[in-house]
Design a protein around this ligand. Structure first.
Ligand code: KG4
Ligand code: ZN
Length: 336
């Protein structure tokens, strides 16, 4: 038996999860709404909110996993404590890391450190309908855009990534130009449902290999909007959102298709916050049917930042006895 308590605090979600032998028993997420009025995540406010949220979130995760036990007793069921070690906002990561280390020390249990991007990929292994290895994963979040070749749970290789902005940033920055509040990705998704995706054309960069670039798209949207009359955005919001979303999806899907052709791998997954996008989900399914792929999309709560993905990754590391010393600290940037 391996029972893992996992903590995620890399950005603006505080989350805790309990996993027993690879099965998720609970996954609590506290969203921080304090950032909305600033148009982006304010690191200092994020750290403070993590400090406020971390105890109630862990408490809730333990209660749901072990409803009969008192919190102090349910901790005795835990075999290891896992936490997000990198990458992320350093102040946010520190809160989760310190808490996890203190728990591991006081309970005398092993500590498992987890890479956030690796965890986004392995979120695809949480549910019963999981991909067989090898699989390709398009990880698209607010901070990252990567294509990963997964040959085993702990054998992951980044074979393509963005050279500038992430796909989520492309959504959020375009949304800001349209006057939509942060985070704009879900709002573009909502408006795009009623719009014409072919009405406006925006720049699609020609980037070599399996890499991406999104900074040109934002500039292309900006120049286009600057040429329009006042009131244009309000009158054409749905078509603008649909056209921007269509461009981002095209850029992403062209590269995942190229990756599948190059590697011969036919199991294709998506992960990360942007994989919540309904246009991307539908287009991936359609492309999968045409190309003869098996496609996998995690449940919404496992797409955006969550501790269940940290717990499942920690489970595989626990099985391989990949533990960390109490000296390990968080790092804001980290290759893997
Ligand atoms: O993975 P995530 O929750 O946090 C990071 O690690 O970055 O991803 C957040 C990103 C934001 O850029 C947000 O706008 C985007 O995911 N996002 C979406 C949608 N839901 C979240 N983008 C487009 N359509 C959505 N439905
Ligand atoms: Zn993330």
């Amino acid at each position: 038996m391996a029972t893992i308590l996992a903590i995620e605090s890399s950005c603006d979600e505080t989350s805790a999860s309990v996993c027993v032998d690879g099965k998720i028993l609970s996954n609590f997420i506290a969203n921080q709404t304090v950032h909305q009025k600033y148009g982006g995540v304010v690191p200092e406010l994020a750290s403070r909110a993590h400090m406020q949220n971390i105890v109630p979130v862990i408490d809730a995760a333990l209660k749901e996993a072990f409803p009969e036990a008192l919190p102090q007793n349910s901790l005795q069921n835990v075999d290891a404590i896992a936490f997000t070690q990198a990458p992320g906002l350093i102040g946010s990561l520190l809160v989760g890391a310190q808490f996890a280390k203190s728990l591991a020390l006081s309970l005398n249990k092993p500590l498992v450190s987890v890479h956030h991007m690796q965890a986004h990929v392995l979120a695809n292994l949480i549910e019963e309908n999981r991909p067989a290895f090898p699989f390709l994963c398009l990880t698209v979040s607010g901070g990252h855009t990567q294509i990963v070749l997964a040959s085993g749970p702990l054998d992951l290789k980044v074979i393509g990534e963005t050279i500038d902005d992430a796909a989520g940033e492309a959504f959020d920055k375009s949304a800001k130009l349209l006057g939509l509040p942060y985070p704009g990705g879900p709002l573009i998704d909502k408006h795009a449902k009623n719009g014409n995706p072919l009405r406006f054309k925006f720049a699609e960069p020609q980037i070599p290999e399996l890499n991406f670039s999104f900074s040109g798209l934002k500039t292309s949207v900006l120049y286009f909007l600057q040429k329009q009359e006042p009131g244009f955005i309000e009158a054409n919001l749905d078509d603008l959102c649909a056209s921007i979303q269509h461009t981002i999806i095209n850029i992403l899907l062209k590269k995942i298709k190229k990756a599948a052709q190059q590697t011969g791998v036919k199991n294709v997954c998506i992960a990360g916050g942007v994989s919540a996008n309904s246009g991307l989900r539908n287009s991936l399914k359609e492309m999968g049917e045409k190309q003869g792929w098996k496609t996998y999309i995690p449940k919404f709560e496992y797409c955006t930042d969550n501790a269940a993905m940290i717990a499942i990754t920690a489970y595989y590391k626990f099985m391989e006895k990949e533990f960390s010393s109490l000296e390990v600290g968080p790092t804001a940037r980290s290759e893997w």
